[in-house]
Design a protein around this ligand. Sequence first.
Ligand code: ADP
Ligand code: MG
Length: 317
Amino acid sequence: ATPAATMVGTTIGAQNGVLFKGGDILERAKDVDTVVFDKTGTLTEGAMELTDVVVLDDSGRPVTDGGEAATDGGQLTARDRLSEEDVLQLAATAESGSEHPLAQAIVEGAESRGIDIPDPDDFENVPGHGIRATVGDSAVLVGNRKLLRDNDIDPTPASETMERLENEGKTAMLVAYERELLGVVANADTVKESAKDAISQLHERGIDVMMITGDNERTAHAVAEQVGIPRENVRAEVLPEDKSDAVESIQDDGRRAMMVGDGVNDAPALAVAYVGTAIGSGTDVAIEAADVTLMRNDPVDVVKAIRISDATLSKVK
Ligand code: ADP
Ligand code: MG
């Protein structure tokens, strides 16, 4: 492309909140044949909210009538007297040192219900899986099935509860205390208003659309269905360090992928993609690693980026 065409394209982009890092990027965007979206914070608002707290009985069945509080100075007593507040307090205590959006939603949910949240005695993030904390002398886990299995606790008694919540598109997390599975908490996120429209416009242009997420299969499929991404194009339960491998394997058969993401986790994937696109409200690390930044945080601007590239460069050969 001529320098003039590049300048025009870059300027039109900037006026539309689409920042191309250079002329070569502007040129590349029109050749993208696959767009890979991160889920949380990219297709969804990324503003999680606590929606459910479920107390499980010894057999893993949900207890509908919670009963009176069973915490006494941080020490749990009779199992059958656990309330929803107890489960939520324990989860929030474990999560209070974490900056993960899921953790923050649990803590805020507990605070808004007037629950007192003591500091944990110790905690450790288990990336892609959850959190392991010490409260008093006891081990508390909050996270996915794998986190519990890795700590020798069987998550299967909670399957029905987990699946019900996940089918609603929620992220459900197991809460365990010592060796026992006590309950489930769930957070919901809302899909961005224009996500569905963005994806249908990409499809109209003949571009394949995929989704990558660390979230579980069921939640991922529920969200994919809402926005119109085909089931077989969903890569779920991808660990943070494996996101870039996932993009590379998508590109293995010669595809030219645009990866769109917002998180620290997404940065390596943005870097390996044919075009890396960061959401402007995302982390600095993601923006740094990306070739394009969408200032309005709007998935529809992905289409705009491709269209601007196409319009400014297809005329000039
Ligand atoms: P995403 O790619 O959606 O941002 P992550 O890779 O950070 O997700 O986490 C993947 C999964 O691990 C989450 O869906 C959740 O089940 C679990 N998880 C991660 N961090 C936490 C946490 N602090 N508390 C509870 N669960 C967590
Ligand atoms: Mg994200």
